[in-house]
Design a protein around this ligand. Structure first.
Ligand SMILES: [Zn+2]
Length: 314
């Protein structure tokens, strides 16, 4: 297995009042503009590096602050591929057997959001592990989040001008140097990250959550509340034509259509009630996108997803 140390740079909207941000900011807060990575083998030998500019698809104009910090210029991005293409190139470079590692959890959070925004939900984010937490555990700094430069100081790694900070591939390079010097670096695999929600999930009238009386998803799936969910807007009873398929970590999703409100996502996942009991939760939310083509594609995709799942379940 290879260890891939990854670092990203991202652009931010010029203004939070901009039309793009107001329309899409909930789904995408930052646009990735550079993916940098270094590959180590199991003996911590450096095998190579990956450096890819990414053309931002939403916040296209580079924020002056980002340009200043990263040294990236607008013209660096003109000929760069978009996120989807860049992501596929990156995955191809990563190979078949790898663990993705970052310093801290911001990168995986932004990465996940870009993935969901640009590739929709058919592509899963590979698991990401946090070297910063292993460093914290090994040096006794515990949950204090040490900066990468502190970790470098700790191991006597000096900064070199050929590898400037805040260039994705160089930050990944320094992270690799830190990992090389750690004892039992493979223990990083004990620190899997859960990407944070970048935007607090607001309950709107377009979304509704209920506790079901089940304690396992498998028993809940065939129940009436799962098979006949309600439209979160008008409460009308709906059906789930394709059924449920695993969607992302621990969440099962089905699609439903309200004749008045359109495409609804119905999610089942394990949660806790207020008194701490574990219960299956049902969350129905109105899709933000409702164009005919989108809804049709979504249903086709879902039929395939459910079929693929049934095949593996046999
Ligand atoms: Zn409705």
């Amino acid at each position: 297995m290879h260890y891939i140390l990854m670092d990203l740079e991202w652009n931010q909207p010029l203004s939070h009042l901009s039309a793009q941000y107001r329309r899409y900011g909930k789904q995408l807060m930052f646009d990735i503009i550079q993916i940098g990575a270094v590959k180590l083998d199991q003996n911590m030998r450096m095998l190579g590096s990956f450096n890819q500019f990414v053309q931002p698809g939403l916040y296209r104009k580079l924020h002056p602050r980002i340009s200043r910090i990263t040294g990236i210029l607008q013209e660096d991005l003109y000929t760069a591929p978009g996120f989807e293409d860049a992501f596929r190139r990156f995955m191809a470079w990563c190979g078949d057997d790898f663990a993705l590692i970052t310093w801290g959890c911001d990168d995986s959070t932004v990465f996940t959001q870009n993935l969901n925004y640009y590739l929709n939900d058919e592509t899963q984010m590979p698991p990401v592990y946090d070297l910063q937490r292993l460093f914290g555990a090994q040096t006794g700094s515990g949950s204090n989040r040490a900066g990468l430069s502190n970790a470098m100081k700790h191991y006597g790694i000096s900064f070199s001008a050929e590898h400037p900070f805040h260039c994705a591939v160089d930050d990944a390079y320094y992270t690799a140097l830190v990992m090389q010097r750690m004892q039992e670096p493979e223990k990083v695999l004990e620190y899997r990250q859960t990407p944070k929600e970048l935007v607090p999930v607001k309950k709107t009238k377009d979304e509704q959550s209920d506790d079901l009386r089940f304690t396992s998803i498998m028993t809940a799936i065939n129940s009436k509340p799962a098979q006949q969910p309600n439209c979160p807007v008008c409460g009308k009873k709906l059906t789930v034509p394709e059924g449920y398929a695993p969607f992302r970590d621990g969440v099962w999703r089905a699609l439903a259509d309200c004749p008045d409100h359109g495409l609804i996502f119905v999610d089942l996942f394990l949660g806790k009630t207020l008194d701490g009991k574990s219960r299956v939760k049902r969350r129905a939310s109105l899709s933000e996108q409702q164009s005919k083509a989108y809804v049709k594609t979504k249903h086709l995709q879902w039929a395939q997803k459910v079929a693929a799942f049934k095949e593996t379940a046999v």
